[in-house]
Design a protein around this ligand. Structure first.
Ligand code: 5AD
Length: 355
């Protein structure tokens, strides 16, 4: 698929034509990665963040956020739950928290690996080369860092540098993704659909970039405005104004088109049906993602007392649930779709091919 075909499909609104897109994506998913849905237990380790990404509800600049950082024991307890549920992977996610030091996290990774044998995915923002190396050596397998947009100017406007404007603190996620690939991580990335300033052409380029960088995992969710953030205020209005009629809407349908096209463009990649999609459409979002290209779900195992404080956007699906409820519902959705639950780590099918 080339640029023009992707763009054309993104703009397609004829239900019969779209049915062809959904079928092609679902068939490709089945042939290339099979019927198994891999479950990854999500642990929201800390909502402390030093960055001020313009869309994020736990950004450093976000107002009135009560901050927490889990203890080592809290984290290990969540990981034990993942093992009990039979998951093959845990994902440790946090804001870009300087209190998560290299050595502290390395020790947790090593202990967790030794105790559970689970695959370990990190999603801890932009970190130093030393931290990334130490964590890889301690046993981390994968790293998620969404590049959010291929439009350099838009990227800069929604990702201000940390602290002063010194260049060393400028945000550069693509560079870190390349470094992580060199360190032997499986790498995951993704974008939000419908951020102010995102045009149809930008989203097309984003999907082409997934292929260009040959990503192992690609997460795509709708942008959900977070009250009090710059992107929900004047910056958002300005960017939307600049995009004009080319602005991409942040709805479920457009997100599903992006998911389906990503499956066609990167047939063997792992694609989650995201929590943001489930939030935008609580009754059908998760299932629609799975039947239009996705093959991964990341059930939230964070203890309820922390979950409520990890609101990168409001009303996140499963906010007030226990892990038992979340996992039970997800298993039922998988069953109803006639799919199976993945066994083992669910490593990158792309990676297996290369090794
Ligand atoms: N709406 C939707 N997704 C968001 N993320 C952050 N803020 C929002 C929001 N307001 C996504 C970003 C980030 C991931 C962890 O969550 O893509 O990389």
């Amino acid at each position: 698929m080339d640029h023009d075909e992707i763009l054309c499909w993104l703009l397609e609104n004829d239900p019969l034509r779209l049915e062809m897109l959904w079928r092609a994506a679902d068939l490709t998913r089945r042939l290339e990665v099979g019927d198994a849905v891999h479950l990854r237990g999500l642990i929201e380790v800390s909502n402390v963040c030093q960055r001020s990404c313009a869309y994020c509800g736990i950004a450093a600049c976000a107002p009135k956020v009560e901050r927490y950082r889990m203890t080592r024991e809290d984290i290990l307890e969540c990981a034990d739950r993942a093992l009990e549920y039979g998951f093959g992977t845990v994902v440790m996610q946090a804001g870009e928290d300087p209190g998560i030091t290299g050595p502290w996290m390395a020790e947790i990774i090593a202990t967790l690996k030794q105790r559970t044998g689970l695959a370990i995915t990190l999603s801890l923002g932009e970190r130093s080369e030393d931290d990334l190396k130490a964590w890889r050596n301690a046993g981390a397998d994968r790293y998620l860092l969404r590049f959010e947009t291929t439009d350099d100017e838009l990227y800069r406007r929604i990702h201000p540098p940390v602290g002063s404007s010194s260049s060393s603190s400028a945000s550069d996620r693509i560079r870190q993704l390349e470094r992580m690939r060199d360190l032997g991580y499986e790498i995951g990335t993704g974008v939000m659909v419908g951020i102010p300033g995102q045009t149809w052409e930008t989203l097309t380029q984003d999907i082409l970039a997934f292929r260009h960088y040959d990503m192992d995992m690609i997460g795509i969710g709708p942008y959900l405005p977070s009250p009090g953030t710059p992107l929900d205020g004047t910056l958002g209005e300005t960017l939307r104004g600049e995009a004009g009629a080319r602005q991409v809407p942040n709805d479920s349908l457009t997100t599903l088109k992006a998911v389906a096209l990503t499956r066609l463009v990167c047939p063997r990649t792992n694609i989650p049906s995201t929590t943001a999609l489930a939030t935008a459409d609580p009754s059908q979002g998760r299932a629609n993602g799975l039947s239009r290209g996705a093959n991964v779900i990341m059930p939230n195992l964070t203890q309820p007392r922390y979950r409520e404080l990890y609101q990168i956007y409001p009303g996140k699906a499963g906010l007030h649930e226990t892990a038992d409820i979340t996992v039970g519902r997800i298993r039922e959705q998988i069953r109803l779709l006639g799919r199976t639950t993945g066994q083992g780590p669910g490593s990158s099918p792309r990676g297996k091919e290369l090794s």
